[in-house]
Design a protein around this ligand. Structure first.
Ligand code: PLP
Length: 379
C-alpha cells in the first residue's frame, strides 16, 4: 500500500455492531464479563480499550512496525522505555534533544541509579567510547529539537546491534511521513503524538512502536502497571489526525522550504537551521533517511541580542507565540525560556542553543501570509 492510502486506512475497521466507518469512542472504564474471566478480551480500560486498540494498530502500521503502544503523553512513552532498565544500567543519549527528555533523564531517573552520557550524535561513531558492559540503551532524536541536527540512524543501529544495545529513536520532528526508524534498524520508535500525528493542537499523547514481541510484552506490562494511558476521546482524535498526515506534511514541507529560503536571504537574519539546505552539515544523511525536510527550523538574528529576539517573538500576528509544534497553525517559540528552559544554561550554550535562538513550526496556512508576517515582525 502507498503511504497516503495506508495513513487513511491503518488500524480502522468498520464497527462490527453498526458498520460505523470510524472507530467509536468507547468511553467506558470497565467491561461486563459473562462469568469470572470469561470476557471478550477487554477487562478494565487501563489495560485495554477498543478505541486505543485501533489507534495502536494504526501507529504500528504507519511506522512499519508490528506493535504500537499509546501513552498519555510523549514523556510518558519515554518514561516507559527507561523503566525497562535497572539501577546501574547506562544510557547514551543525544546531547541536543527536547528539554523535557533531558529533564526526565537527569532529574527523575538519575536518582534511581541509572547513568546517562550525553553525546553529540552528528557522527554515530561518537557513541563508541561510552559503551561498556553496563550500557543498555542508546537514545537519539533526529532531526533534533531545536537545532535540526541529524543522526545517521542506520550507522547508529549497526553499532547498537554489534553491542546488543537497544536503540530508541524519537521521531517526533520527522513524523512517519518523512522517516521510519524501524526500517533503518532501530528497535523502538517514540513519538510525541501531540505534534504531527495529532496535528491539530488539541491533544497530548505519546506512543512507542516496535517489532519484537518480548519487548512489546515488557513495555505493555509497564504501560498497564504504571497507568499512563490515553483516554478514548484522545485516541479517536489521533485516529482522525493520522488520516490527513500525508496531506498536511506535504504542505508543511512546501511551506517550510519557502520560509527557510526566505529567512536565509533576509539581511537581518543570521544563521538558519534547517536540514533541507544543501550545506547543512548532515544534509546528505537527511536526504538518505528522510523523504523530505519538514517545516521545523530555527534561526538567529544578525543583531544576536536576546532583546531583539524577544521583540520579534512578540511581534508576529499569524505565528502564535507558544510551546509545542506540528499543528496546522504556525507557532513561534523561544527555546531558551520555553521548551528548553529545563536544560542548564551552560549545557544549552555548549550545544549551540543560544539565548537568542528562535524556533518556528511552520504550519499549513498560505505561505505568502507567513512570510508577510515574519517580514513585518523582523522589520
Ligand atoms: C522531540 C520531542 N520529544 C518528546 C516530547 C514530549 O512530548 P509530550 O509533550 O507529548 O509529552 C516533545 C515535546 O515537545 C518533543 O518536541
Amino acid at each position: 500500500m502507498k503511504i497516503g492510502t495506508k495513513f487513511i486506512h491503518a488500524g480502522v475497521e468498520p464497527d462490527p455492531t453498526t458498520g460505523a466507518i470510524m472507530t467509536p469512542i468507547y468511553q467506558t472504564s470497565t467491561y461486563v464479563q459473562e462469568a469470572p474471566a470469561q470476557h471478550k478480551g477487554y477487562e478494565y480500560a487501563r489495560s485495554q480499550n477498543p478505541t486505543r486498540t485501533a489507534l495502536e494498530a494504526a501507529l504500528a502500521a504507519i511506522e512499519n512496525g508490528r506493535y504500537g503502544l499509546a501513552f498519555s503523553s510523549g514523556v510518558a512513552a519515554t518514561d516507559a522505555v527507561i523503566k525497562l532498565l535497572q539501577p546501574g544500567d547506562e544510557v547514551i543519549a543525544a546531547s541536543d534533544m527536547y528539554g523535557g527528555t533531558y529533564r526526565l533523564f537527569s532529574k527523575v531517573f538519575e536518582k534511581f541509579g541509572i547513568r546517562f552520557h550525553y553525546v553529540n550524535m552528528q557522527n554515530a561513531e561518537n557513541v563508541r567510547p561510552y559503551i561498556n558492559s553496563n550500557t543498555k540503551l542508546v537514545w537519539t532524536e533526529t532531526p533534533t529539537n531545536p537545532l535540526m541536527n541529524i543522526t545517521d540512524i542506520a550507522a547508529l543501529a549497526a553499532i547498537t546491534r554489534q553491542h546488543k544495545l537497544l536503540l530508541c529513536v524519537d521521531n517526533t520532528f520527522a513524523s512517519p511521513y518523512l522517516q521510519n526508524p524501524l526500517d533503518l534498524g532501530a528497535d523502538i520508535v517514540m513519538h510525541s503524538v501531540t505534534k504531527y500525528l495529532g496535528g491539530h493542537s488539541d491533544v497530548i499523547q505519546g506512543c512507542l512502536v516496535m517489532n519484537d514481541k518480548d519487548l512489546r510484552e515488557q513495555l505493555y506490562f509497564i504501560q498497564k502497571s504504571c497507568g499512563a494511558v490515553p483516554g478514548p476521546m484522545d485516541c479517536f482524535l489521533v485516529l482522525r489526525g493520522i488520516k490527513t498526515l500525508h496531506v498536511r506534511m506535504q504542505r508543511h514541507c512546501e511551506n517550510g522550504r519557502k520560509v527557510a529560503e526566505w529567512l536565509r536571504k533576509h539581511p537581518k537574519v543570521g544563521k538558519v537551521y534547517w536540514c533541507g539546505f544543501e550545506d547543512h552539515p548532515n544534509h546528505d544523511i537527511a536526504k538518505k533517511q528522510m523523504r523530505d525536510f519538514g517545516g521545523m527550523m530555527s534561526f538567529t538574528l544578525k543583531d544576536d541580542s536576546v532583546e531583539e529576539a524577544k521583540r520579534v517573538l512578540s511581534a508576529t500576528r499569524v505565528f502564535a507565540l507558544a510551546e509545542s509544534l506540528g499543528g496546522v497553525e504556525s507557532l513561534i517559540n523561544h527555546p531558551a525560556s520555553m521548551t528548553h528552559a529545563s536544560i542548564p544554561r551552560e549545557e544549552r550554550i555548549k550545544n549551540g542553543l543560544t539565548d537568542s535562538l528562535i524556533r518556528l513550526s511552520v504550519g499549513i496556512e498560505d505561505v505568502e501570509d507567513l512570510i508577510e508576517d515574519l517580514k513585518q515582525a523582523i522589520g
